[in-house]
Design a protein around this ligand. Structure first.
Ligand SMILES: [Zn+2]
Length: 68
């Protein structure tokens, strides 16, 4: 499946086009690629960041912040 629809005008656009051939609107670069892949990578990054913060911060960091 190489044909996609322009989100602006609904016309057919090809994967790799930078602009819609019908209305000329710039097309997103990730058109035709799986957008969920980026989200999953972002989500894994957030989870790793949370795990790092849990490991890095002492268990009583809320109490220590209140004292300072
Ligand atoms: Zn269009």
């Amino acid at each position: 499946m190489n044909q996609l629809n322009c989100q602006h005008c609904g016309g057919n656009v090809n994967i790799g086009d930078t602009n819609c051939p019908n209305c000329g609107i710039p097309l997103p670069k990730n058109l035709g690629k799986n957008p969920q892949k980026k989200f999953i990578i972002f989500f894994i990054g957030v989870v790793l960041f949370c795990l790092f913060m849990i490991w890095w911060l002492p268990p009583n960091w809320i109490e220590s912040m209140g004292k300072n």
